[in-house]
Design a protein. Structure first.
Ligand code: G6Q
Length: 547
């Protein structure tokens, strides 16, 4: 058994679980009229209600004891101060420095990284202002109307999610598009709608070696040159964001349009860096800086609030409670906010790529579950699709419900209906419906006898399904910054509990290596250069024969 599962704090939680697992939240709420107040927190405009969870005051104490045993406060300080906590890559994880809006220096290898961060923010402002006010024009003198971000994974999901979320603040003169997939349909379908004279491509790649991104970028460049009939046009229509300035220059991108970031920014944590350039272009640099401000406010909360009053810490610990003690395997996220429709997809990468690790910091295989499947869709759509599984299925799926109090697109009673649904779902999931209640309903509908008895068991809802509710005033850049940082820190908290490194991604690197080996075999129709298993060889030969 590992040190973690043998530890006093873990064992205490195990014993506590044996008691709590039999308790129904409906009863707990009835027994304690103060419960909602006791298990909710306010931070700025963010209201976090975690009372509909299978917990009591002792659960929180025991989870906090686990966090203390794991040294969470010290780890938080290490992250913020540039210690190389990404141990397998010998790097700091300093996304918090990117949004450090204070005057405090942050050191990596003895060098304050803040001046460089501010310098690049200044360059982003100059460039985004110039494009937005028509100073930076295309090769034929026309203003830029369409921005195409070419990137994948961390160089795509964050900026895409934020641009969708802040759409209501965007310049009406600019459209933004994201091309990530190597499937040529993604680029081709995007280019179909565009005029090369008014299109700006941003090639976003931390390494500038990613096969999908470079292939899409080369094809986009060929399209531009073909459309405008002049290779020189690349200078005005291509920008790049990368840590690899040598590669951007080799690609032929005008150095004036190259925006740098640094190896201590993880891909999935990079939207705060120049990877956020499409955001700055689409909604303006002021809004981008508001996003940074919001994240910084959450960083301060995370760094300073006591563990039992700390929203990311509590969210992370609740995930541990369900994942490791109740044995749940997935976590749903339901934004009751159409503008957040890509938030669950963004969180999938953040959470699953960070905490999908089975080896602890010391190199040992863990003997407890880590990571979790994250999924979700905006409410109310999900209600008409998969919520059934959460209401009456056999698996417990804790869910986060997120909702703004005010709509960004108000229309009649739409928003009240939206929120009524949000609140009704968490209530129903918690309270359920007893057999007596279901019977009374059926009787009121005029049912009786055998028919009633046959239908009754299907109308019963066990309830006792845990949810968190996060309410905020409205979805502006500041609040969005807070929400994203909240989930980043939640993921970090869990990684500390599990003693794993959330900042590497060797699984992603493996995929990058493997595809490279098979490609020549497909392109040249040659026999396997490297030996494959029989299934993979069969697939390659099937392609070669039938393509
Ligand atoms: C993120 C991952 C991964 C990465 C992409 C793109 O944390 O490392 O999703 O962002 O593979 O990598 P590049 O930005 O280097 O092209």
């Amino acid at each position: 058994m590992s040190k973690l599962t043998q530890s006093a704090a873990w064992q205490a939680l195990n014993a506590h679980y044996a008691i709590v697992k039999t308790q129904h939240m409906r009863q707990i709420f009835q027994d304690d009229p103060e419960r909602a107040g006791k298990f909710s927190l306010q931070f700025d405009d963010l209201f976090f209600d975690f009372s509909k969870n299978r917990i009591n005051a002792e659960t929180i104490q025991l989870l906090v004891a686990l966090a203390e045993q794991a040294g969470l406060p010290a780890y938080i300080e290490q992250m913020f101060t540039g210690v190389k906590i990404n141990s397998t890559e010998q790097r700091a994880a300093l996304h918090t420095a990117l949004r450090n809006r204070s005057a405090q220096a942050v050191y990596v290898d003895g060098k304050d990284v803040m001046p460089d961060i501010r310098r690049v923010l200044g360059l982003m402002r100059r460039f985004s202002d110039a494009v937005r006010n028509g100073q930076h024009v295309g090769h034929t003198g026309k203003a830029i109307r369409d921005i195409v971000n070419i990137g994948i994974g961390g160089s795509d999901l964050g900026p895409l999610m934020v641009c969708e979320a802040l759409k209501s603040y965007a310049s009406p003169q600019l459209n933004v598009h994201f091309v990530s997939n190597i499937d040529s349909a993604h680029l081709s379908e995007t280019l179909k709608k565009l005029d090369a004279q008014t299109t700006l491509f941003i090639v976003s790649s931390k390494t500038f070696t990613t096969q999908e991104t470079l292939t899409n970028a080369r094809s986009a460049r060929a399209w531009l040159i073909e459309q405008l009939g002049d290779e020189q046009s690349v200078a005005k229509h291509f920008a790049a964001v990368s840590t690899n300035l040598e590669a951007t220059s080799k690609f032929g991108i005008n150095p004036e349009n190259v925006f740098e970031f640094w190896d201590w920014v993880g891909g999935r944590y990079s939207l705060w860096s120049a990877i956020g350039l499409p955001i700055a272009l689409y909604v303006g640099m002021d809004k981008f800086e508001e996003l940074l401000d919001g994240a910084h406010a959450m960083d301060n909360h995370f760094r300073s609030a006591p563990l039992d009053k700390n929203i990311p810490v509590l969210m992370g610990l609740l995930g541990i409670w369900y994942g490791n003690f109740f044995g749940v395997g997935s976590n749903a996220v339901f934004p009751y906010c159409q503008y957040l429709h890509r938030f669950p997809a963004y969180l999938q990468q953040l959470d699953m790529e960070s905490n999908g690790k089975g080896t602890d910091r010391e190199g040992n295989a863990v003997d407890y579950d880590t990571g979790i499947t994250v999924w979700g869709e905006p409410g109310t759509n999900g209600q008409h699709a998969f919520y059934q599984l959460i209401h009456q299925g056999t698996r417990m799926i804790p869910a986060d419900f997120l909702a703004p109090l005010h709509s960004q697109a108000p229309l009649g009673e739409h928003h009240a209906i939206l929120l009524a649904n949000c609140f009704a779902q968490t209530e129903a999931l918690m309270v359920g419906k007893t057999s007596a209640e279901a019977r009374a309903e059926l009787v009121a509908q005029g049912m009786q006898g055998v028919a009633l008895e046959a239908l009754l068991p299907h109308k019963v809802f066990a309830g006792n399904k845990p949810t968190n509710t996060l309410l905020f005033d409205k979805l502006d850049a500041h609040t969005l910054g807070k929400l994203i940082a909240l989930y980043e820190h939640k993921v970090f908290v869990q990684s500390v509990m599990w003693n794993i490194n959330p900042f590497d991604q060797w699984g992603v690197e493996l995929g990058k290596q493997l595809a490279g080996k098979i490609l020549p075999e497909l392109l040249n129709n040659t026999p396997a250069v490297t030996p494959h298993d029989a299934s993979t060889s069969g697939l390659i030969q099937y392609y070669q024969k039938n393509h």
